[in-house]
Design a protein around this ligand. Structure first.
Ligand SMILES: [Zn+2]
Ligand SMILES: [Zn+2]
Length: 237
């Protein structure tokens, strides 16, 4: 019998499906922002050799999301613009739910889900797998590789010479929350819109996922907006 899940159960089972995957894992989610936890779970699976297929839609992936995924082995990425379904499964369990993957850690949303066990509900499971296959067949294959990002060096770069020091500090940084390019300024690491939202609570320790300087996937805060590498470079100056 399939199990009915509420918000907490849905998050719990999503994580479980990733953790317990032995050979294959399929994640279908229109919006794809992976929390640090889920990213690490996925990384473990991919290291174990699990074949991962990720189908997303709506938004283009942001550079930092693409770059994080590009670190994972065995990942096939698919883009299906009109995707609205959310479905997550490994070889034995499937979750069909209202929850996008980025809502994984949102405890305030009211989500519902149904957990299907392949053994117990073989027909149901297979029907959903068929539907996902059909979605994948009409999807665009997205190359899973890093996007090139260079520091903008402003007007006074030294004639294109590859001198690492000349790239620092960059004149352009990334908004900690939405990755919009903004002037590099570690004391103002948010774009105006995100700053306004941040300022409602003004919590200097609120965790974000992007380094203000290099835009890579890192745990950052208003207080510490740079990844360790960038921080070292800034303080070495
Ligand atoms: Zn922003
Ligand atoms: Zn950095």
């Amino acid at each position: 019998m399939a199990d009915f899940l509420t918000t907490t159960g849905t998050s719990f089972q999503l994580e479980n499906i990733i953790i317990e995957a032995k050979t294959k894992l399929v994640l279908v989610s229109p919006y794809l922002q992976l929390s640090k936890t889920l990213f690490e779970r996925l990384k473990d699976s991919s290291t174990k050799g699990v074949k991962i297929k990720i189908v997303y839609g709506k938004d283009e992936l942001k550079p930092n999301e693409k770059n994080s995924l590009a670190e994972l082995k065995n990942v096939d990425l698919y883009y299906f613009q009109n995707l609205h379904a959310k479905c997550y499964f490994n070889e034995s369990k499937m979750l069909i739910t209202s929850m996008n993957i980025y809502e994984f850690s949102e405890k305030n949303n009211r989500e519902m889900g149904v957990l299907i066990d392949r053994e117990a509900d073989k027909q149901l499971f297979e029907k959903a797998v068929e539907e996902v296959k059909s979605i994948i067949q009409s999807s665009e294959i997205i190359e899973n590789k890093k996007t090139e990002r260079k520091f903008a060096t402003g007007t006074n770069d030294n004639g294109g010479q590859k001198n690492r020091k000349s790239n620092f500090p960059p004149t352009i940084g990334y908004c900690l929350r939405c990755e919009t390019r903004i002037p590099f300024n570690p004391s103002k690491p948010y774009c105006p819109d995100c700053y306004a939202i941040w300022a409602e609570y003004s919590n200097p320790l609120y965790e974000e996922n992007v380094c203000h300087s290099c835009g890579e996937f890192e745990l950052t805060t208003m207080e510490k907006p740079l990844c360790y590498d960038c921080y070292k470079k800034v303080s070495a100056r």
